[in-house]
Write a protein that binds this ligand. Structure first.
Ligand code: ATP
Length: 137
């Protein structure tokens, strides 16, 4: 069993998709071991997406991720990182497979409803960025 980190992004929260997305996640066998409803400030978003800081979309990404509340969570399941990436689908919802969370709920490449860690190492880093030890079960 291992873990991944996710955020339901501001676009999906604004559209009222929190419940539907959590239903997809738990139905797929993920156990929620930490969760909060929160809003990122600019500094947090810049730090979280630091790897993208030279990309042309960086400032738009920070603007988007800070514009409203998000839900962040740590999820547990066997093969969590890979299985969660499969559940959410491609970055661009136009390329995402039928039935994936991004196909169902994302607007476009930038406003794509959810985040999912891309490695076990990043899952641990991202989880620790959002949660203290006492908030994880
Ligand atoms: P995430 O890390 O959020 O799960 P990802 O790994 O599928 O997404 P990345 O390439 O790491 O995608 O990009 C991080 C985020 O930056 C994307 O989820 C999306 O919100 C935004 N993004 C990526 N590419 C673009 C782009 N070309 N234009 C605008 N925004 C983009």
């Amino acid at each position: 069993t291992n873990r991944t980190f996710t955020m339901i992004k501001p676009d999906a929260v604004e559209k009222g998709y929190i419940g539907a997305i959590l239903e997809k996640i738990t139905s797929a066998g993920f156990k929620i071991v930490a969760m909060k409803y929160t809003q990122l400030n600019k500094r947090d978003a810049e730090k979280f997406y630091e790897v993208h800081k030279e990309r042309p979309f960086f400032s738009d990404l920070v603007q988007f991720m800070t514009r409203g509340p998000i839900v962040s969570a740590i999820l547990e399941k066997e093969n969590a990182v890979e299985d969660f990436r499969a559940l959410i689908g491609a970055t661009n919802p136009a390329d995402a497979a039928e039935g994936t969370i991004r196909k169902l709920f994302a607007s476009n490449m930038a406003e794509n409803a959810v985040h999912g860690s891309d490695s076990d190492e990043n899952a641990a880093i991202e989880g620790a960025f959002h949660f203290s030890g006492r908030e994880i079960y």
